[in-house]
Every structure is written in structure tokens, then in C-alpha cells.
Design a protein around this ligand. Sequence first.
Ligand code: ZN
Length: 255
Amino acid sequence: MLGALNKIQIHMKCKLCYNDKELKNSHIIPEFFYKPLYDEKHRFNVIPLSEDQKFRYEQKGLRERLLCGDCENKLSKWEDYVRRIFYGGKEILITNGNPIKIEGIDYAKFKLFQLSLLWRASVSKLDFFKDVSLGPHEEKIRQMLLNEKPGSRFKYPCFFIMVLMEKNKVLDDFIYPPNTMKIEGHRTYRFIFGGGFWIYFVSSHTQMLNTSKISEFFLNEEGRLLIPLRPADKIEFFINLAKDVVKYNKHKNGP
Ligand SMILES: [Zn+2]
């Protein structure tokens, strides 16, 4: 009886291709980005949103039944490509400095990976992603993913800022719920994982960003990505976070 019930629950419409198939329990943010967070017991630390929230340990990354096996495979090919750029195994030209310059990237694979993350977060019903809601852009991005059309560099562009906690030590030990804000008049969504901020521009007039200095940091069609390095103590978010953690610890330890 219980088995039959489980079967009903996992046969649903895939969020990407709309076929009625068995849905996989997919991750939203690929697990390789959690890796630095895992302790020896395979738990990761989720930083509290506010002083009232507890530190939570989870046995696995955040998962949800969103995609059929075919769509999951499609997305995991892009993920695998990006994983090999960031975590080794991919022959690619990286020039150190600030910004870090990466050349020879497969534009379509990398861009589709970026878009797939944003889209999954929007489709997700998990509380962690509640601030990501793309409205009409969700369907536009679904079509791009389904048809494997990455669009131009100005179509839903994203830039990545690597955060330095200390000299030469990159932030690699936490993820944080994504949130939304306006930058240069555009709606953006900020994700934190894989050592820094991923900032997505989601509006219909992002072409206007071609005159902005920010656009230097968008992955371009020639496969070049510039990644600026910023010290955490120069970023307002981390200054505020440090204050929150102090407050949280005080709260936890009583008055
Ligand atoms: Zn599907």
C-alpha cells in the first residue's frame, strides 16, 4: 500500500519538459558546490538567516522532485563541465591576478549551467529559495534550457565575485539563501556558494548594461570570464553577517 502511494507521488509532470514521468529527487545547487561545507559526517552547516534561527545540520544537500531522468541528465552535463573548471580536471587557461581571468570556456555549457541554477531556485518550493521568483522570466528561461539556447551575454547575465576571507584564502565554507536586490535599476538575485557571490540580472532591458563596467565580468561569447576578488571586510554583506553571528551567539548563550 505504502509502495503504491510512493509511486503515485513520484510520477508527476517534469518542471522542465512537462512530460509525465518519474521525477528524480534533484538538487537545486549542485553538490560539488556544497563540498567544502561537508564535515566528516557529511553534514553541512547552514548559516542562520537571523539570530532566531538555529544552525541546522542536514544529511544531504537541498533536494526536491523537479525533473525527469532525461532532464536531470541534460543539466548534469553542464554541471559536470563547470565542476571541472572550478574543481580541476578541465584543461583551461586561468590567469591569476585580480580579476582572475579564465579563457577558453564553452559559452553555451557554462551559461546554461548558470541559468539552470537560477531557474531551479525559482521553480523550487523549498523555503531556502523563497526569495527567488522570476515571474514571466521563469518560462523564458525554461524555454532556453529546454532548447539549449544560452542567449547573448546580455540575456540574463550573471557575474561571479570571489570573496577573500583572508589573504589568498577564498570563502569556501558556507552557502546562504539567495535574495533579491536592485543594481543599476535592474532586478538581481544574489546566490552565495562555491566561494563567492553569483549575481544574476533578471529584467527585459539588460542589453542596456553594455555600457556598464559590470558587463566586463559577464561570461562572453568568446569564452572569457573575469572573476574579481574582493576581501570580505570590504563587502557590506559580510560586515552585517559578522554582526548577526555575534548577536546569534549572544542570543544562544542567553543574556
Ligand atoms: Zn523532463
